[in-house]
Ligand binder design. Structure first.
Ligand code: SF4
Ligand code: SF4
Ligand code: SF4
Length: 239
């Protein structure tokens, strides 16, 4: 051993456990993820089902944080991980039956904010056009409700459904979420590439040609567009 090299620390004597190799946890994370409902709702406190599965595998989260999975999900996780059952932690919400989002298409102003919020790309529509939900792909996660500026999205319970997701619905939602993640990654990559090209181009132009709206100005423009659309709807309803 060269004089400058240090011997490996004896972690067993310091009380510090060696960090787990993340790759070694992947099979366990996949096993845990397979038991989660895949609504991608975030109620567990993580940004989707797989991040929650990762936190459980690393011992950072309890098995009772997923309301859509309910008691059945907790029992399944407990059996997989050889842990005792724990009742659902009410801080994370309550278990509901199957829900689907419905858009009041007459009230929709086509702002696209719900599309950006949907974790499984279950909403179709274009800017300034009405939007609609693909019922078979909606997980009922409720994430599209808060961003809608005109509150035209509601959730409807599916009669006879006690659980949020069937196994087939979970498999579809997992695939849809993974596809969305890949698409967003590609879009981010393309945006970064375009931005770098624009930066290069702007550096060769006079400063007066390259002024960009500030974030506050962009937000003001967006709010003005929404206000105009709302005024248009009110005028239509009054007439
Ligand atoms: S269904 Fe919601 S609460 Fe359950 S693991 Fe997935 S994201 Fe978390
Ligand atoms: S449409 Fe709304 S409720 Fe349905 S999956 Fe998308 S964000 Fe969730
Ligand atoms: S957020 Fe609301 S108003 Fe905007 S497109 Fe979606 S449903 Fe329409």
């Amino acid at each position: 051993m060269p004089p400058s090299a240090q011997p490996p620390a004896d972690l067993t004597q310091t009380g510090v456990t060696a960090p787990e190799n993340p790759a070694r946890l992947e099979p366990l994370i996949s096993q845990i993820d397979a038991l989660l409902p895949q609504t991608q709702c975030g109620q567990c406190g993580y940004n989707g089902c797989r991040p929650y599965a990762g936190a459980i595998a690393r011992g950072e989260a309890n098995i009772n944080q997923c309301p859509p999975g309910g008691d059945a999900g907790i029992y399944a996780l407990a059996a997989l991980l050889n842990q005792p059952y724990q009742a659902l932690n009410p801080a994370h919400g309550v278990t509901k039956g199957k829900l689907v989002a419905v858009i009041d298409e007459d009230a929709c102003i086509g702002c696209t904010l719900c599309i950006k919020a949907c974790p499984v790309d279950a909403i179709v529509g274009a800017s300034k056009q009405m939007h609609t939900v693909i019922v078979q792909e909606c997980t009922g996660c409720e994430l599209c409700l808060p961003p809608c500026p005109v509150d035209c999205i509601s959730l409807q319970a599916v009669p006879g459904r006690q659980m949020a997701m069937s196994p087939a619905e979970s498999d579809l939602a997992r695939r849809r979420h993974q596809q969305r993640q890949k698409r967003l990654a590609l879009e981010n990559h393309a945006t970064a590439h375009t931005y770098a090209k624009d930066q290069t181009r702007m550096e060769t132009r006079p400063a007066s040609d390259t002024a960009q709206p500030t974030p506050a100005a962009s937000e003001a423009l967006k709010q003005a567009a929404i206000a105009t659309a709302l005024a248009r709807i009110k005028a239509r309803q009054a007439g």
